[in-house]
Design a protein around this ligand. Structure first.
Ligand code: SAM
Length: 272
């Protein structure tokens, strides 16, 4: 897979917002927040305002939530339209003074850190749904870790390669499609209409090991939602509430998290 152009994300902003508002999008953010909530005492001790970097933070849904909680947030992304939406969200929430936005390719993040344009002493770095789009996962993780203070927390969310064959088999009832997907190096991300490389927690874990970072949390996001065929039902408020309760209960349970739509790793940078 070649490098994905920022225009891909500019053009898909409406589809992305629709996805975020859909039940599966809402679950993505709700489960991620709950997972991360278990580690915030470590990242942001005593509930004190901290410094957070959102790498490829898109339209800022998570960054602005943290700013609303009193933290200073820096958001880096290369899509001008995503960032315009993030700015608007920050103004509407009244937190624009706590949010710094850099329009940049993540490949340039090391330079931004080197020039002091982005802080390298963050308490928490988010790397959410970026890894499927990058060609060098280890370099991306390394630069995310270099933006953290020793002992700081890195949160990684990524589409799970183990999910796609199962989804095609169960949901689409297409055994040959599922068989093909087993060893396919890429799949097409529907919302952005671009090929992506789903990863596995094992693969990302090996890179983190090499980088000397310690995984302290491994969760699944949407362990069951995407295998349920009746999407309409997920819009029903009481059904959604039950589904969310179930997903929250399954998020850190074996074996369900292994085939979740997304994996979520929470990592601590070594303190030395
Ligand atoms: C799926 S969205 C995720 C946005 C946000 N992290 C979230 O989870 O809500 C992917 C984001 O990554 C950004 N992105 C992808 N490749 C990038 C790169 N090389 N440099 C900067 N941003 C990138 C896109 O512009 C887009 O906003």
């Amino acid at each position: 897979m070649g490098r994905v152009d920022s225009g891909t994300f500019d053009e898909a902003i409406s589809a992305w917002r629709q996805w975020q508002d859909a039940p599966w999008g809402r679950l993505r953010y709700a489960i991620a927040a709950a997972n991360l909530g278990r580690h915030l005492d470590h990242a942001l001790p005593g509930g004190e305002p901290g410094r957070i970097l959102d790498v490829a933070g898109g339209n800022g849904v998570e960054a602005i939530r943290f700013a609303t909680d009193g933290h200073r947030v820096t958001l880096v992304d290369y899509s001008a339209r995503m960032l315009a939406a993030a700015r608007e969200l920050a103004y509407k929430a009244g937190v624009a003074d706590r949010v710094t936005i850099h329009e940049s390719d993540v490949a340039q993040l090391a330079e931004l850190l080197g020039e002091g344009l982005v802080d390298d002493g963050n308490d928490l770095v988010l790397c959410h749904n970026l890894l499927p789009y990058v060609t060098d996962v280890e370099a991306t993780l390394a630069v995310c870790l270099s933006a953290l203070r020793p002992g700081g927390v890195l949160s990684i969310i990524c589409s799970n390669a183990h999910s796609e064959p199962l989804r095609i088999a169960v949901r689409e009832q297409d055994p040959s499609g599922a068989l093909e997907a087993l060893d396919a190096p890429t799949r097409v991300a529907k919302t952005f209409g671009t090929p992506v490389v789903p990863r596995t927690a094992e693969e990302v874990g090996k890179h983190l090991d090499k980088l000397g970072a310690r995984i302290v949390g491994h969760y699944g996001i949407r362990n069951v939602c995407d295998y349920m065929t009746d999407d309409e039902r997920k819009y029903d408020a009481s059904f959604y509430a039950e589904l969310e309760r179930l997903e929250l209960a399954l998020a850190d349970r074996m074996p369900y998290k292994l085939t979740a739509r997304l994996f979520h790793l929470v990592v601590v940078k070594s303190a030395e």
